[in-house]
Ligand binder design. Structure first.
Ligand SMILES: [Zn+2]
Length: 294
């Protein structure tokens, strides 16, 4: 169930931020220019903590639509992310459209809440580094069509919608992954996707690509997660922390791949602080703020 926004709890923002000292201090840092380190949050900002237990500051919101992309939930408060991730989605949408003008828009599922934390429907998606991307689909005859939503694709590449079928657009979905893997704005940590669809994409890539390192990277980062849905109706992109972000609290969420720069070790006091921040619930603050609370 999602939060009932028409009837927010009768607590003010002030009360809630008072209960969340760590996050509140981060939000204050976020409002003005970032100056002297705060005693509670010494220099933490951006994507803070792990994808399953973190928060974020200085997030930006993906617009409802743009060149080559559209939000699946136009009015949801869950489209805030690390500026690099938001930029990469906009970039990829634009590029896909330039390469093939008949491409239907990339339909984008949830990113994160404005200040991160737990959001409906997800366990991760807490630090602005995760996004669900719906697949490019075609009609059975191969004409690009905007996907109607999260439609499970079988191992024959077909999705059944009522009495009709849509086809998984292997060519465009590979191009999408290719653009993400070669983007200068992000490093891909994971692409969560079902085993069957991974096999289909890799078969296609092996037949077409001359850059076999790229195919190997794609194969490495694609994974059907064992602890959540099989991801046969979307691909979940997680971006890796950059070394300069790790210094400010960005952490974990997967292995460091050999083609990515190593991360600095996190000091123990920072690790303890991250655990405390992870216990706060910034999504509630966001919903109340947007409902006019406080
Ligand atoms: Zn996801």
């Amino acid at each position: 169930m999602s939060t009932d926004r028409t009837n927010p709890p009768k607590r003010t923002l002030r009360t809630i931020t008072a209960k969340l000292p760590l996050l509140a201090s981060l939000m204050l840092l976020n409002v003005g220019c970032i100056g002297a380190p705060n005693a509670l949050a010494p220099g933490l900002h951006g994507s803070i903590g792990m994808p399953h237990s973190g928060v974020q500051t200085e997030a930006i919101e993906l617009p409802q639509r743009g060149d080559g992309f559209v939000r699946f939930r136009p009015h949801s408060p869950t489209y805030w992310g690390n500026p690099r991730l938001v930029g990469a989605i906009q970039d990829v949408g634009r590029t896909m459209l330039q390469k093939s003008p008949e491409t239907a828009p990339l339909v984008v599922g949830d990113l994160s809440g404005r200040y991160g934390g737990k959001i409906p429907r997800h366990n991760s998606h807490r630090t602005g580094r995760d996004v669900d991307l719906l697949f490019y689909m075609t009609t059975p005859a191969g004409a690009p069509i905007r996907t109607p939503g999260f439609v499970p694709v079988g191992n024959d590449g077909l999705a059944e919608i009522g009495t009709e079928y849509l086809r998984f657009d292997v060519e465009r979905n590979w191009l999408l992954l290719r653009e993400l893997l070669t983007s200068h704005m992000i490093e891909v940590q994971w692409l969560f996707i079902s085993r069957d669809l991974e096999a289909m994409l890799i078969d296609y890539a092996l037949a077409r690509e001359t850059d076999l390192d790229l195919v190997w990277q794609a194969e490495t980062v694609m994974l059907q997660p064992g602890d959540s849905a099989p991801h046969d109706d979307h691909v979940h992109l997680r971006i890796a922390c950059r070394p300069d972000e790790a210094v400010y609290g960005c952490e974990g969420g997967g292995p460091r791949w050999e083609w990515q720069p190593p991360l600095p070790r996190i000091e123990t006091p920072l690790a303890e602080l991250l655990v405390q921040i992870a216990k706060e619930d910034p999504y509630e603050i966001q919903i109340l703020a947007e409902a006019g609370g406080g």
